[in-house]
Design a protein around this ligand. Structure first.
Ligand SMILES: NC(=O)c1ccc[n+]([C@@H]2O[C@H](COP(=O)([O-])OP(=O)(O)OC[C@H]3O[C@@H](n4cnc5c(N)ncnc54)[C@H](O)[C@@H]3O)[C@@H](O)[C@H]2O)c1
Length: 325
Protein backbone atom coordinates (compact mmCIF):
# COMPACT_ATOMS: atom_id res chain seq x y z
CA UNK A 1 0.00 0.00 0.00
CA UNK A 2 1.52 3.27 -1.16
CA UNK A 3 1.36 6.60 0.65
CA UNK A 4 0.98 9.28 -1.99
CA UNK A 5 1.35 13.02 -1.83
CA UNK A 6 -0.40 14.51 -4.86
CA UNK A 7 0.23 18.22 -5.29
CA UNK A 8 -2.25 20.32 -7.28
CA UNK A 9 -4.89 17.61 -6.84
CA UNK A 10 -7.79 20.06 -7.13
CA UNK A 11 -6.68 21.35 -10.55
CA UNK A 12 -7.56 19.95 -13.99
CA UNK A 13 -5.20 17.00 -14.46
CA UNK A 14 -4.47 16.55 -10.75
CA UNK A 15 -8.15 16.03 -9.89
CA UNK A 16 -8.59 13.54 -12.73
CA UNK A 17 -5.56 11.69 -11.35
CA UNK A 18 -6.91 11.78 -7.77
CA UNK A 19 -10.33 10.43 -8.82
CA UNK A 20 -8.70 7.72 -10.92
CA UNK A 21 -6.37 6.73 -8.09
CA UNK A 22 -9.03 6.68 -5.36
CA UNK A 23 -11.23 4.55 -7.62
CA UNK A 24 -8.50 2.05 -8.58
CA UNK A 25 -6.27 1.97 -5.47
CA UNK A 26 -8.66 2.47 -2.53
CA UNK A 27 -6.17 0.97 -0.07
CA UNK A 28 -3.45 3.55 -0.82
CA UNK A 29 -3.42 6.69 1.27
CA UNK A 30 -3.57 9.89 -0.74
CA UNK A 31 -2.78 13.35 0.60
CA UNK A 32 -3.74 16.21 -1.69
CA UNK A 33 -1.72 19.42 -1.20
CA UNK A 34 -3.19 22.32 -3.14
CA UNK A 35 -2.83 26.08 -2.86
CA UNK A 36 -6.36 26.47 -4.28
CA UNK A 37 -5.56 29.05 -6.93
CA UNK A 38 -8.31 30.28 -9.28
CA UNK A 39 -7.79 27.03 -11.31
CA UNK A 40 -8.67 24.71 -8.41
CA UNK A 41 -12.08 23.52 -7.26
CA UNK A 42 -12.99 21.23 -4.38
CA UNK A 43 -15.93 19.88 -6.41
CA UNK A 44 -13.47 18.24 -8.79
CA UNK A 45 -12.70 15.37 -6.40
CA UNK A 46 -15.65 13.02 -6.19
CA UNK A 47 -17.13 13.13 -2.64
CA UNK A 48 -18.10 9.46 -2.81
CA UNK A 49 -14.44 8.49 -3.26
CA UNK A 50 -13.15 10.46 -0.25
CA UNK A 51 -12.56 7.69 2.29
CA UNK A 52 -10.49 7.75 5.49
CA UNK A 53 -7.46 7.19 3.23
CA UNK A 54 -7.96 10.60 1.58
CA UNK A 55 -6.85 13.88 3.13
CA UNK A 56 -6.39 17.44 1.97
CA UNK A 57 -4.11 20.26 3.08
CA UNK A 58 -4.43 23.74 1.66
CA UNK A 59 -0.89 24.97 1.15
CA UNK A 60 1.88 26.06 -1.17
CA UNK A 61 4.71 23.88 -2.49
CA UNK A 62 6.84 27.03 -2.37
CA UNK A 63 6.54 26.88 1.45
CA UNK A 64 9.66 24.92 2.39
CA UNK A 65 8.70 24.14 6.02
CA UNK A 66 5.24 22.94 5.03
CA UNK A 67 6.67 20.69 2.30
CA UNK A 68 9.19 19.17 4.72
CA UNK A 69 6.60 18.50 7.40
CA UNK A 70 3.92 17.17 5.07
CA UNK A 71 6.26 14.67 3.41
CA UNK A 72 7.07 12.93 6.71
CA UNK A 73 4.21 10.47 6.25
CA UNK A 74 4.44 9.71 2.50
CA UNK A 75 6.62 7.56 0.26
CA UNK A 76 5.72 8.91 -3.20
CA UNK A 77 5.22 12.45 -4.51
CA UNK A 78 3.47 13.25 -7.80
CA UNK A 79 3.74 16.91 -8.63
CA UNK A 80 0.91 18.45 -10.65
CA UNK A 81 1.03 21.80 -8.83
CA UNK A 82 1.86 24.63 -11.19
CA UNK A 83 0.71 27.88 -12.64
CA UNK A 84 -0.39 26.62 -16.04
CA UNK A 85 -1.69 29.41 -18.24
CA UNK A 86 0.74 30.89 -20.77
CA UNK A 87 -1.10 34.23 -21.04
CA UNK A 88 -0.80 34.75 -17.28
CA UNK A 89 2.91 33.91 -17.49
CA UNK A 90 3.39 36.61 -20.11
CA UNK A 91 1.51 39.21 -18.04
CA UNK A 92 2.82 38.27 -14.56
CA UNK A 93 5.63 35.68 -14.55
CA UNK A 94 6.66 35.87 -10.86
CA UNK A 95 4.08 33.32 -9.58
CA UNK A 96 5.32 30.92 -12.27
CA UNK A 97 8.92 31.10 -11.06
CA UNK A 98 7.77 30.60 -7.47
CA UNK A 99 5.40 27.66 -7.97
CA UNK A 100 6.85 25.96 -11.02
CA UNK A 101 10.53 26.25 -10.11
CA UNK A 102 11.04 27.04 -6.41
CA UNK A 103 8.15 24.76 -5.48
CA UNK A 104 9.78 21.88 -7.35
CA UNK A 105 13.09 22.66 -5.64
CA UNK A 106 11.37 22.23 -2.24
CA UNK A 107 9.79 18.94 -3.30
CA UNK A 108 13.15 17.67 -4.57
CA UNK A 109 14.84 18.61 -1.30
CA UNK A 110 12.17 16.64 0.55
CA UNK A 111 12.61 13.71 -1.86
CA UNK A 112 16.38 13.80 -1.29
CA UNK A 113 16.23 14.05 2.51
CA UNK A 114 13.42 11.53 2.92
CA UNK A 115 14.35 9.15 0.06
CA UNK A 116 10.96 9.54 -1.65
CA UNK A 117 9.84 8.38 -5.09
CA UNK A 118 9.24 11.59 -7.06
CA UNK A 119 7.37 12.13 -10.31
CA UNK A 120 7.36 15.49 -12.05
CA UNK A 121 4.43 16.20 -14.37
CA UNK A 122 5.77 18.32 -17.20
CA UNK A 123 4.82 19.48 -20.64
CA UNK A 124 5.74 19.20 -24.32
CA UNK A 125 6.16 22.99 -24.30
CA UNK A 126 9.67 22.63 -22.83
CA UNK A 127 10.85 21.65 -26.32
CA UNK A 128 9.74 24.87 -27.99
CA UNK A 129 8.04 25.06 -31.35
CA UNK A 130 8.12 23.00 -34.56
CA UNK A 131 7.54 24.38 -38.01
CA UNK A 132 3.96 24.18 -39.28
CA UNK A 133 4.82 22.59 -42.60
CA UNK A 134 7.12 19.84 -41.27
CA UNK A 135 6.24 16.39 -40.00
CA UNK A 136 9.02 16.48 -37.37
CA UNK A 137 8.24 15.44 -33.81
CA UNK A 138 10.02 16.02 -30.55
CA UNK A 139 11.40 12.77 -29.18
CA UNK A 140 13.39 11.35 -26.33
CA UNK A 141 16.64 13.33 -26.33
CA UNK A 142 15.32 16.41 -28.16
CA UNK A 143 16.87 19.60 -26.78
CA UNK A 144 14.88 21.86 -24.51
CA UNK A 145 14.09 25.24 -26.08
CA UNK A 146 11.29 26.91 -24.08
CA UNK A 147 9.99 30.15 -25.57
CA UNK A 148 7.75 31.75 -22.94
CA UNK A 149 7.98 32.19 -19.15
CA UNK A 150 5.60 29.26 -18.47
CA UNK A 151 7.55 26.74 -20.54
CA UNK A 152 10.86 28.17 -19.27
CA UNK A 153 9.88 27.53 -15.63
CA UNK A 154 8.72 24.00 -16.50
CA UNK A 155 11.97 23.33 -18.41
CA UNK A 156 14.06 24.71 -15.55
CA UNK A 157 12.25 22.45 -13.08
CA UNK A 158 12.81 19.40 -15.32
CA UNK A 159 16.52 20.18 -15.46
CA UNK A 160 16.62 20.45 -11.68
CA UNK A 161 14.92 17.04 -11.39
CA UNK A 162 17.51 15.54 -13.75
CA UNK A 163 20.32 17.20 -11.78
CA UNK A 164 18.98 15.78 -8.50
CA UNK A 165 18.88 12.33 -10.04
CA UNK A 166 22.46 12.62 -11.35
CA UNK A 167 23.89 14.25 -8.25
CA UNK A 168 21.99 12.64 -5.38
CA UNK A 169 20.49 9.56 -7.06
CA UNK A 170 16.94 10.47 -6.07
CA UNK A 171 14.21 8.14 -7.36
CA UNK A 172 12.78 10.53 -9.93
CA UNK A 173 10.97 10.34 -13.26
CA UNK A 174 9.52 13.03 -15.51
CA UNK A 175 6.64 12.92 -17.98
CA UNK A 176 6.26 15.50 -20.74
CA UNK A 177 2.70 15.40 -22.02
CA UNK A 178 0.98 17.12 -24.91
CA UNK A 179 -2.22 19.24 -24.75
CA UNK A 180 -4.87 17.70 -22.51
CA UNK A 181 -8.64 18.09 -22.76
CA UNK A 182 -11.46 16.69 -20.64
CA UNK A 183 -13.42 17.48 -17.47
CA UNK A 184 -12.27 20.08 -14.90
CA UNK A 185 -10.23 22.33 -17.16
CA UNK A 186 -10.46 26.02 -16.38
CA UNK A 187 -12.52 28.04 -18.91
CA UNK A 188 -9.44 30.13 -19.73
CA UNK A 189 -8.28 27.19 -21.91
CA UNK A 190 -9.33 26.63 -25.52
CA UNK A 191 -11.73 23.65 -25.27
CA UNK A 192 -13.88 24.72 -22.28
CA UNK A 193 -13.79 28.34 -23.36
CA UNK A 194 -15.08 27.41 -26.81
CA UNK A 195 -17.87 25.25 -25.36
CA UNK A 196 -19.03 27.83 -22.80
CA UNK A 197 -18.86 30.79 -25.18
CA UNK A 198 -20.63 28.90 -27.95
CA UNK A 199 -23.46 27.87 -25.62
CA UNK A 200 -23.82 31.49 -24.52
CA UNK A 201 -23.64 32.68 -28.17
CA UNK A 202 -20.56 34.73 -27.29
CA UNK A 203 -17.59 35.30 -29.59
CA UNK A 204 -14.81 32.72 -29.41
CA UNK A 205 -11.44 34.50 -29.58
CA UNK A 206 -8.76 32.63 -31.55
CA UNK A 207 -5.18 33.82 -31.69
CA UNK A 208 -3.74 34.86 -35.07
CA UNK A 209 -5.11 32.74 -37.91
CA UNK A 210 -5.94 29.80 -35.59
CA UNK A 211 -3.68 27.51 -37.59
CA UNK A 212 -1.41 26.63 -34.65
CA UNK A 213 -1.12 22.86 -34.25
CA UNK A 214 -1.47 21.12 -30.88
CA UNK A 215 -1.16 17.40 -30.15
CA UNK A 216 -4.39 16.55 -28.25
CA UNK A 217 -4.82 13.84 -25.62
CA UNK A 218 -7.77 12.99 -23.39
CA UNK A 219 -6.84 13.64 -19.76
CA UNK A 220 -7.50 10.07 -18.55
CA UNK A 221 -4.97 8.73 -21.06
CA UNK A 222 -2.40 11.10 -19.52
CA UNK A 223 -3.35 9.90 -16.02
CA UNK A 224 -2.94 6.26 -17.11
CA UNK A 225 0.46 7.15 -18.55
CA UNK A 226 1.60 8.51 -15.19
CA UNK A 227 0.23 5.41 -13.46
CA UNK A 228 2.35 3.24 -15.77
CA UNK A 229 5.51 5.31 -15.26
CA UNK A 230 5.06 5.02 -11.49
CA UNK A 231 4.84 1.26 -11.89
CA UNK A 232 7.21 0.49 -14.75
CA UNK A 233 9.17 3.65 -15.50
CA UNK A 234 12.93 3.57 -15.20
CA UNK A 235 14.30 5.85 -12.48
CA UNK A 236 16.11 8.87 -13.94
CA UNK A 237 14.20 8.74 -17.24
CA UNK A 238 11.80 11.13 -18.99
CA UNK A 239 8.73 9.86 -20.84
CA UNK A 240 6.88 11.70 -23.60
CA UNK A 241 3.12 11.12 -23.45
CA UNK A 242 1.11 11.84 -26.57
CA UNK A 243 -1.81 10.33 -28.47
CA UNK A 244 -0.10 11.59 -31.66
CA UNK A 245 -3.25 13.44 -32.58
CA UNK A 246 -2.32 16.75 -34.20
CA UNK A 247 -5.06 19.30 -34.87
CA UNK A 248 -5.09 22.97 -35.71
CA UNK A 249 -6.75 25.14 -33.03
CA UNK A 250 -9.33 26.30 -35.57
CA UNK A 251 -10.19 22.67 -36.42
CA UNK A 252 -10.80 21.87 -32.74
CA UNK A 253 -13.04 24.92 -32.39
CA UNK A 254 -14.94 23.99 -35.56
CA UNK A 255 -15.49 20.44 -34.29
CA UNK A 256 -16.95 21.77 -31.04
CA UNK A 257 -19.17 24.23 -32.93
CA UNK A 258 -20.35 21.31 -35.08
CA UNK A 259 -21.20 19.22 -32.01
CA UNK A 260 -23.15 22.13 -30.54
CA UNK A 261 -24.76 23.00 -33.90
CA UNK A 262 -23.42 26.57 -33.71
CA UNK A 263 -22.25 28.84 -36.53
CA UNK A 264 -18.57 29.31 -37.33
CA UNK A 265 -19.23 33.06 -37.42
CA UNK A 266 -18.87 32.97 -33.60
CA UNK A 267 -15.09 32.69 -34.12
CA UNK A 268 -13.25 35.99 -33.75
CA UNK A 269 -9.61 36.03 -34.86
CA UNK A 270 -7.63 38.30 -32.50
CA UNK A 271 -4.00 39.56 -32.44
CA UNK A 272 -1.59 36.74 -31.87
CA UNK A 273 0.01 35.99 -28.50
CA UNK A 274 3.62 37.30 -28.29
CA UNK A 275 6.07 34.51 -29.16
CA UNK A 276 3.22 32.06 -29.83
CA UNK A 277 4.52 28.53 -30.50
CA UNK A 278 3.06 27.33 -33.80
CA UNK A 279 3.27 23.56 -33.55
CA UNK A 280 3.87 20.88 -30.93
CA UNK A 281 4.14 17.17 -31.72
CA UNK A 282 5.59 14.33 -29.67
CA UNK A 283 6.91 10.87 -30.49
CA UNK A 284 5.41 8.58 -27.83
CA UNK A 285 7.22 5.36 -28.83
CA UNK A 286 9.03 5.08 -25.48
CA UNK A 287 5.72 5.15 -23.61
CA UNK A 288 4.31 2.58 -26.00
CA UNK A 289 7.38 0.39 -25.40
CA UNK A 290 6.46 0.12 -21.70
CA UNK A 291 2.90 -0.90 -22.55
CA UNK A 292 0.95 2.35 -22.80
CA UNK A 293 -1.45 3.30 -25.58
CA UNK A 294 -4.23 5.90 -25.58
CA UNK A 295 -7.69 4.41 -25.07
CA UNK A 296 -9.77 7.38 -26.12
CA UNK A 297 -10.50 8.30 -29.70
CA UNK A 298 -10.44 12.10 -30.17
CA UNK A 299 -13.93 12.74 -31.58
CA UNK A 300 -15.72 10.51 -29.04
CA UNK A 301 -13.73 11.97 -26.14
CA UNK A 302 -14.46 15.49 -27.37
CA UNK A 303 -18.17 14.65 -27.52
CA UNK A 304 -18.04 13.36 -23.90
CA UNK A 305 -16.14 16.47 -22.88
CA UNK A 306 -18.74 18.76 -24.43
CA UNK A 307 -21.46 16.80 -22.61
CA UNK A 308 -19.61 17.21 -19.29
CA UNK A 309 -19.37 21.01 -19.62
CA UNK A 310 -23.04 21.22 -20.60
CA UNK A 311 -24.05 19.06 -17.60
CA UNK A 312 -21.94 21.20 -15.25
CA UNK A 313 -22.59 24.50 -17.03
CA UNK A 314 -23.28 26.48 -13.84
CA UNK A 315 -20.08 25.32 -12.15
CA UNK A 316 -17.88 26.38 -15.07
CA UNK A 317 -19.67 29.54 -16.12
CA UNK A 318 -18.99 30.98 -12.63
CA UNK A 319 -15.26 30.89 -13.38
CA UNK A 320 -13.48 33.75 -15.09
CA UNK A 321 -12.96 33.38 -18.82
CA UNK A 322 -9.74 34.31 -20.47
CA UNK A 323 -7.98 33.45 -23.74
CA UNK A 324 -7.29 29.83 -24.86
CA UNK A 325 -3.94 27.95 -24.78
N1 LIG B 1 -3.09 21.18 -19.22
C1 LIG B 1 -2.27 20.60 -20.08
O1 LIG B 1 -2.60 20.43 -21.26
C2 LIG B 1 -0.92 20.10 -19.61
C3 LIG B 1 -0.15 19.36 -20.50
C4 LIG B 1 1.08 18.85 -20.05
C5 LIG B 1 1.51 19.08 -18.76
N2 LIG B 1 0.74 19.83 -17.93
C6 LIG B 1 1.23 20.03 -16.55
O2 LIG B 1 0.34 19.34 -15.70
C7 LIG B 1 0.27 20.00 -14.43
C8 LIG B 1 -1.18 20.28 -14.10
O3 LIG B 1 -1.72 21.14 -15.12
P1 LIG B 1 -3.24 21.56 -15.11
O4 LIG B 1 -3.61 21.87 -16.51
O5 LIG B 1 -4.01 20.58 -14.34
O6 LIG B 1 -3.16 22.92 -14.29
P2 LIG B 1 -4.27 23.67 -13.45
O7 LIG B 1 -3.89 25.11 -13.53
O8 LIG B 1 -5.64 23.28 -13.88
O9 LIG B 1 -4.07 23.12 -11.97
C9 LIG B 1 -2.95 23.42 -11.21
C10 LIG B 1 -3.26 23.08 -9.76
O10 LIG B 1 -2.08 23.33 -8.99
C11 LIG B 1 -2.44 24.13 -7.86
N3 LIG B 1 -1.27 24.95 -7.52
C12 LIG B 1 -0.73 25.95 -8.27
N4 LIG B 1 0.36 26.46 -7.65
C13 LIG B 1 0.50 25.75 -6.50
C14 LIG B 1 1.44 25.80 -5.44
N5 LIG B 1 2.42 26.69 -5.44
N6 LIG B 1 1.30 24.94 -4.41
C15 LIG B 1 0.28 24.03 -4.39
N7 LIG B 1 -0.64 23.95 -5.37
C16 LIG B 1 -0.53 24.80 -6.41
C17 LIG B 1 -3.63 24.93 -8.31
O11 LIG B 1 -4.39 25.41 -7.21
C18 LIG B 1 -4.38 23.93 -9.16
O12 LIG B 1 -5.20 23.11 -8.37
C19 LIG B 1 1.12 21.25 -14.56
O13 LIG B 1 2.37 20.99 -14.00
C20 LIG B 1 1.25 21.46 -16.07
O14 LIG B 1 2.46 22.08 -16.37
C21 LIG B 1 -0.46 20.35 -18.32
Amino acid sequence: MAKLLVTGGYGFIGSNFVNYWLRNYPDDSLLNLDKMTYAADENYVDESLKSKNYSFVRGDIADKELVMSITAEVDTVINFAAESHVDNAINEPSAFVKSNYLGVFNLLEAARKRDLRFHQVSTDEVYGSLSLDSSDKFGDGSCYSPRNPYSATKAAADLLVRAYFNTYGIKATISNCSNNFGPHQHPEKLVPKTILNAVGNRKIPLYGDGKQVRDWIYVEDHVRGIELILGRGKIGESYLISAENERRNVEVVNEILGLLKKERSLIEFVSDRPGHDVRYALDSSKMRSIGWAPRYEFQNALKETVRHYLDEFNLYSRKTSRQGK
